[in-house]
Design a protein around this ligand. Structure first.
Ligand code: PLP
Length: 384
C-alpha cells in the first residue's frame, strides 16, 4: 500500500538512524569520508560537495513527495534555477511565464542573456500563444512554468503546456514554490522537472534559504548530478536538516494557511477600499475549473489592489500589526509586501512589471479572525 502524502511528509527520508535509532535525521558535518581502499567508500560518500548523508535524506524526501525518482538540493531557490539552466546551450531560447518571481526574471535578463540564452515572456495560460512561441524563429528548448504565479496568482494548465513543450522538443519546468507538493504534483502532470524555493513553505519557518528540484527522467537526473557537483551551489547539512524538519509539518501547515487565505480573500472581496482580489480559490477566478482539477487546495497566497494609489498601498503595508512588512513568503507567520517596490523591483519596465499599488499577502497559520482585524485596521488607518 502506498502511504498518503501526510504520512510521506513525516517519514520520507527520515528513517531512524541505522546506528543509533535516532528518529530525527543526523546532521553529518564531515566534508570528507574515509575510503577503505582507493575508491572503496562506505555508502558512496567521498566528499561533501558531491554527496552528503543529510542532503541525501532531503533529496530522497523531495523525490518521494513529488512522485519523482531523483531529488537535488541547492543553496537557494535561485541556485536551483541556475542549475536547471545548465541543461541548455548558448543559442537556446526559454519561454517564461509573463508573471513570475522577479528574481527569476533578473537571472534571465541580467545573466542568461550574456551567455546567449534568450528568454521570452509569454502568458502561459494562452495555449495558442504557447504553441506559437514554441515554434518561433529559434525553437524554444525550455518552458519555465510558474503556477500559481507570483504575485498575480494566475494558474497555468501544467499538463497542457508540458505536452505542447514535449511535442516541440522543449523541456518543461514547473516552479511549484507557491503550491508545494501537497497542493500540486507537476511530475504526475507530465512536467519534466519541478523546482522549489524551499526557503518558503517547505522550510516553513523563515529560517533557512534553500532550493530543491525533482524529476523522474534518469537522463536529466544524471546531468543534474554532474552539474550539482561541478558548479557546487550545495546547501549545508544543517540547512538540509532544517528543511527536513519543515517538511514533516508541511501538510498540516498548508491546510491551516490555505483555510485562512480563503477566508481572507473572501473578506477582502467585500471590504470597501479594495478594488480587486487575486486568489485562485475565489468563485470568480478565471481558471476556477483548472484550479479544482490541478490543485488540492488553492494555496495561501493572496494579492489585492486597493481602491487607492501607490501611496495608499504603502500606508496599508506599513500599518499592519500581525502581518509583518517583509519580502519572502510561505512561513508560519503572515507577511505583507508591495511587490512592485520589493520582490519584483527588478521586473520594472519589463513584460513582468506588476501594478504599483498591488499588495501581496503570505497568509500564515495564526487565528484568522485576528488577521482580518489586523487588515481591517490597516486599511482604515491608511484611509485616514
Ligand atoms: N521561485 C519563487 C516563486 C520565489 O518566490 C522565489 C523567492 O522568493 C524563488 C524562486 C527564489 O528562491 P530563493 O529566494 O530561495 O533563492
Amino acid at each position: 500500500m502506498t502511504d498518503q502524502f501526510e504520512t510521506l511528509a513525516v517519514h520520507a527520508g527520515a528513517d531512524p538512524d541505522p546506528l543509533t535509532g535516532g528518529v530525527s535525521p543526523a546532521i553529518e558535518m564531515s566534508t570528507t569520508f574515509k575510503q577503505d581502499a582507493v575508491g572503496e567508500t562506505r555508502g558512496g560518500f567521498e566528499y561533501g560537495r558531491s554527496d552528503n548523508p543529510t542532503r541525501r535524506a532531503l533529496e530522497s524526501a523531495i523525490a518521494a513527495l513529488e512522485g519523482g525518482t531523483r531529488g537535488f538540493a541547492y543553496a537557494s531557490g535561485l541556485a536551483a534555477t541556475q542549475n536547471l539552466l545548465y541543461l541548455l546551450d548558448p543559442g537556446d531560447r526559454i519561454l517564461l511565464s509573463d508573471d513570475a518571481y522577479g528574481g527569476t526574471w533578473r537571472l534571465a535578463s541580467g545573466v542568461w542573456g550574456r551567455y546567449g540564452i534568450q528568454t521570452d515572456a509569454v502568458d502561459l495560460r494562452d495555449l495558442e500563444a504557447v504553441a506559437a512561441a514554441l515554434a518561433g524563429n529559434a525553437p524554444a528548448r525550455m518552458v519555465w512554468i510558474e503556477t500559481p504565479t507570483n504575485p498575480l496568482l494566475k494558474v497555468v494548465d501544467i499538463s497542457a503546456v508540458a505536452r505542447l513543450a514535449a511535442a516541440a522538443g522543449a523541456l518543461s519546468v514547473v516552479d511549484s514554490t507557491f503550491a508545494t507538493p501537497f497542493l500540486q504534483r507537476p511530475l504526475e502532470l507530465e512536467a519534466d522537472l519541478v523546482l522549489h524555493s524551499a526557503t518558503k513553505y517547505l522550510g516553513g519557518h523563515s529560517d533557512v534559504i534553500s532550493g530543491l528540484v525533482a524529476t523522474r527522467r534518469d537522463d536529466l537526473a544524471e546531468r543534474l548530478a554532474f552539474h550539482q557537483n561541478a558548479a557546487g551551489a550545495v546547501p549545508s547539512p544543517f540547512d538540509c536538516w532544517l528543511v527536513m524538519r519543515g517538511l514533516r509539518t508541511l501538510a498540516i501547515r498548508m491546510e491551516r494557511a490555505c483555510a485562512n487565505a480563503a477566508q481572507i480573500a473572501a473578506w477582502l472581496g467585500t471590504r470597501p477600499g479594495v478594488a480587486r482580489v487575486h486568489y485562485p480559490g475565489l468563485p470568480d477566478h478565471p481558471q476556477r475549473e483548472l484550479v479544482e482539477r490541478q490543485m488540492r487546495l488553492p494555496g495561501a497566497m493572496v494579492s489585492f489592489e486597493p481602491a487607492g494609489d501607490e501611496a495608499f498601498a504603502r500606508r496599508v503595508v506599513a500599518a499592519t500589526r500581525l502581518f509583518t512588512l517583509a519580502e519572502s513568503l510561505g512561513a508560519v507567520e503572515s507577511l505583507i509586501e508591495l511587490p512592485a517596490a520589493m520582490t519584483h523591483a527588478s521586473a520594472a519596465g519589463s513584460p513582468l512589471e506588476v501594478p504599483a499599488s498591488l499588495i501581496r499577502l503570505s497568509v500564515g497559520i495564526e487565528a484568522v479572525d485576528d488577521l482580518i482585524v489586523d487588515l481591517d485596521a490597516a486599511l482604515a488607518a491608511a484611509q485616514g
